[in-house]
Ligand binder design. Structure first.
Ligand SMILES: C[S@@+](CC[C@H](N)C(=O)[O-])C[C@H]1O[C@@H](n2cnc3c(N)ncnc32)[C@H](O)[C@@H]1O
Length: 170
């Protein structure tokens, strides 16, 4: 309980993903891009009711991935599957730092989504993490920003400067 309150206070956007987004996703094919020790619980929670694949460019992070894990680059992967949801949280500004790589990443996410599939992408608006202005990307136009999970796309949650976007494949 205290852990939950601390998380809600220190990282409201992460709390939002855990409490509002993940419980609404069931019987779906999900791609989670970028893994870390702190998101193991989220991936496990998603895996309970969904077919989850994790993907990370760093081969040392395999242990933090889902049962189905791929070592690959989201901007160039040739993965040949289609997903209902792609989570791209904490990847822009944390590896995908150049607009041309972000363009390729958005193009690949578009390709990997089913019709009407959703790309959930976070942008942290703090120095050194905010190189990518997603609305200025050409391939942002491949998606409709959508209202989902009780939140409008592009809203910041709390005071963390973390913006969450829900982008539906056109
Ligand atoms: C800050 S962590 C974010 C982890 C997680 N997605 C989350 O929910 O916060 C960034 C991760 O993205 C991975 N990453 C960075 N660029 C990538 C790329 N082009 N393709 C796949 N993974 C990438 C890094 O290796 C790192 O593990």
């Amino acid at each position: 309980m205290i852990r939950k309150l601390v998380l809600r206070w220190r990282n409201p956007s992460r709390y939002f993903i855990i409490k509002k987004v993940i419980p609404e996703i069931n019987n779906k094919k999900v791609l989670w891009v970028g893994v870390a020790k702190y998101c193991v619980d989220e991936v496990k929670k998603l895996e309970k009711n969904n077919d989850v694949t994790t993907l990370d460019i760093n081969s040392e992070l395999i242990n933090f991935g889902a049962k189905k894990h791929i070592v690959d680059d989201i901007s160039t992967t040739k993965l040949d599957e289609e997903f209902d949801f792609i989570f791209l949280l904490g990847v822009l500004g944390y590896g995908v730092d150049l607009p041309q790589i972000a363009e390729k990443t958005f193009r690949n996410c578009y390709r990997l989504l089913k019709t009407n599939g959703i790309l959930i992408v976070s942008v942290l608006d703090v120095p050194k993490r905010n190189y990518i202005k997603i609305r200025e990307l050409r391939n942002y136009k491949l998606f409709y920003p959508s209202w989902m999970f009780g939140l409008d796309s592009g809203n910041q949650i709390g005071k963390t400067k973390m913006e969450i976007n829900f982008l539906r494949k056109k």
